[in-house]
Design a protein around this ligand. Structure first.
Ligand code: EPU
Length: 423
């Protein structure tokens, strides 16, 4: 059933909000449970549709899955299929991260080849290059990639592509290498906190991994991995989104974010402070207060620890209502600006020039019917709606539900006026 959000803008927000476990950590960690026949317990898995898709894929491979609120137990005693079903893969590009575990355990895997998506071309050539290096043969047949590796042998693998490294590609090769013969060295590895979280889970399972969080990861293959119990890290993008919400629509006393990892958000915090907003950090809590005078900024997305591509749409919403000109340059997914036309329908002034968005601050936005196009673009629309005059109707809310746990409830608790209804 299609749903939409109706947001009445202008309510100043205050109070506290609990940040959920990371979606982008949960997905590869859930996939990694396929590496062992023993039970694994994963805690703080956010209740979002992407994690449900992933559990559906694990079940389709023959794993027993149990979910009780945020705690998921998976046991893949025997894997009955090496094929990720098309209808699930089609819904979620991250399903590609079952390739690594399947190859490691069954020496064979089939997933449908991801096509383009709304944030642009999202190839998996680097993943495949890595598997090939470890000894796999790769065929494309009937829209599927079939990876077969009778033997997996540790090698040096370079995962640097023209847009930098690859997060899920690093995850995939790291997972496959845990059960390969000998030592694998990943050069140009992604250093995102989600890669480190996965490595920590794999180490608990018995893997031998050094260097996760740096561009060079060394994996010594082992014969077998066992079950493990792991709590995923806080979602840094959800937390970043709430920091921007506080800067954009917070009351003077601000919003408190609980159970966060401020160390994963240094770049975003730095940009918000430069724009004049106040962020106080105390342990795992952050309080954000809107600045009395704010200014724009120029940001360029980069891999971690640079400014995350998953935060630029939300920043654009903030810049729309910030005096002066701000410039956003997207280097990871150069086409990730689907939100610009929608924000402009609300009265924003965003001009696109290739992979750059030039945002001229305006005095006010006004509510309008708009369409969500992808997860982070949808978040930007929600943010703009919180400050727009009148009512904004956001269609295709399922994009938000893919990655934000209970966003409407969390915002309502802070004082926002939001209603969810059938479209
Ligand atoms: N790329 C290639 N070849 C490959 C793989 C990637 O050219 O084989 C390119 C991509 O097209 C892109 C760049 O490399 O230009 C980086 O892509 P990456 O592989 O790192 O992205 P991903 O691993 O598929 C994850 C997150 C994304 C996030 C990116 C970048 C998950 C499930 N997804 O995707 O999150 O934007 O890293 O940080 O972890 C989101 O949560 O909304 C989201 C899109």
């Amino acid at each position: 059933m299609m749903e939409k959000l109706l947001i009445e803008g202008g309510a100043p927000l205050a109070g506290s909000v609990g940040i959920s476990g990371s979606k982008n950590s949960s997905l590869p960690i859930l996939a990694a449970t396929l590496l062992t026949d023993e039970p694994c317990v994963i805690r703080r898995v956010p209740d979002v549709s992407d994690t449900h898709y992933m559990l559906g894929i694990l079940r389709a491979m023959g794993a027993a899955v149990d979910r009780a609120s945020g705690t998921v137990t998976v046991q893949a005693a025997t894997l009955t299929s090496s094929e990720a079903p098309y209808d699930l893969v089609r819904k979620m590009r991250a399903s590609v991260c079952v390739l690594g575990p399947l190859i490691a355990r069954l020496r064979k895997a089939t997933v449908s080849l991801p096509g383009g998506c709304v944030i642009g071309d999202r190839p998996i050539d680097l993943h495949l290059r890595g598997f090939e290096k470890l000894g796999a043969g790769i065929r494309v047949e009937g829209g599927n990639v079939i990876v077969e590796a009778p033997e997996l042998t540790g090698r040096e693998v370079n995962l640097r592509g023209k847009h930098g490294s690859t997060v899920l590609g690093t995850d995939n090769i790291m997972m496959a290498a845990t059960l390969a013969e000998g030592t694998t060295i990943i050069d140009g590895a992604a250093a995102e906190p989600e890669v480190v979280d996965l490595a920590e889970f794999l180490i608990k399972m018995g893997a031998k991994i050094e260097g996760a969080g740096t561009p060079r990861i060394v994996i010594h293959g082992v014969k077998k991995l066992g079950g493990a119990d792991h709590t995923v890290i806080a979602d840094r993008i959800e937390a970043g989104t709430f920091l921007v919400i506080g800067a954009l629509a917070g009351r003077r006393e601000g919003i408190v974010l609980k159970r966060t990892r401020p160390d994963h958000l240094e770049c975003v915090i730095g940009v918000l402070r430069r724009c004049g907003h106040e962020i106080e950090i105390s342990g795992d809590e952050m309080r954000v207060r809107p600045g009395t005078t704010s200014r724009g900024s120029n940001i360029e997305t980069e891999s971690y620890p640079g400014f995350p591509t998953d935060m630029q749409a939300q920043m654009a919403a903030l810049f729309c209502l910030t005096p002066g000109i701000s410039v956003i340059t997207e280097t990871i997914f150069p086409q990730r600006f689907m939100y610009a036309a929608e924000l402009n329908r609300m009265g924003a002034d965003i001009r696109l020039e290739g992979s750059t968005a030039v945002v001229q601050g305006v005095e006010r936005l006004s509510g309008a019917p708009v369409m969500a196009s992808d997860l982070r673009a949808s978040a930007a629309l929600v943010l703009a709606a919180l400050r727009a005059e009148g009512k904004t109707e956001i269609n295709r809310v399922y994009h938000i539900d893919r990655g934000y746990e209970m966003l409407d409830e969390k915002l309502m608790n802070l004082g926002a006026r939001i209603e969810r209804c059938q479209a």
